[in-house]
Design a protein around this ligand. Sequence first.
Ligand code: SIN
Length: 336
Amino acid sequence: MFKASRLGSVAMICVLMLMAGCGKQSADAPILIKFPHVTAPATPKGQAAERFRQLVEERLAGRVLVEVYPSAQLMSDDDSLDALAFGEVQMIAVSLSKLDRLTYKFQIFDLPFLFPDIQTVENFQASDYGQELLTSMVDRKILGLSFWHNGMKQFGGPVPMRLPEAAKGLKFRIMESDVLQAQILQIGGNPQKMAFGEVYQALQTGAVDAQENTWSNIYSSKFYEVQAYVTETNHGYLGYLVAVNLDFWNSLPDDIRTELASIVQEVSIWANKQSVSINLLGRQKILESGRTEVVELTADERAIWQQAMRPVWEKFSSNIGADLIAAAESYGNQAE
Ligand code: SIN
């Protein structure tokens, strides 16, 4: 009863607004960029998105308005990929792992122990191989503008994971990626694909035993409160494709598109530097909390992990291309 009469009054207000011309977007209304993402505002991605919003407000005042929705408050990453493709949102920054359901092309970033550190990933992303990835989904209306880093991933769970055997039989939450699934199977674990927003509760209730993530995500999403150990494996990369809807991007006036592209590049440089200190701070805060034990690997233990994970590369080499894997590996060798 209440709902019907309330609906009636909402409809009446809309009719009145339309009659008064208020329902129309004025020709002078700013262009709206809705930018949903799933991490907390204090994370590398949260800070980068906010910096982007601020710079657009400063430099394109009254012409473009950015609305950032952090912490999955608008939608999950999976939903945001669909929403971007359909133009319901204009910009996203989704983990590269989650692009796996659209294309094999980003699988290289999930290969365990391929990239020894963030600088190596950055060199690879700046290469022709990396830059070609930005336009690899334009047939789906998704145009990449840049890459933002989060950081290297660590394993958290009920036991220290000094050696891969420790993972046997544990249920691991993973992102929606077949490479990550194979990675966990490779060490005898049981992978569970799950949205980021559900991980804390899944760890708390025992629906999963373990997870992999960066220091900043483990800290800001409080995973460290519900797992006894975090083992510092640095076994994989977590980063983002900053992407826009292709039709939206092409429809922008040239000067606005040029300014937005330049802001994205400026923010990327700033954010990718910041990501290192944000992750170090997260690690420090976790240590200080005393809520979980941080386990550091010896060089020998790390070598055993690397060896154990290597078959995952072979499994995906036909999808990714053996030449691409070799090229990425060569960037790591240069860094050593
Ligand atoms: C993110 O950093 O965007 C979330 C990654 C995850 O789902 O674990």
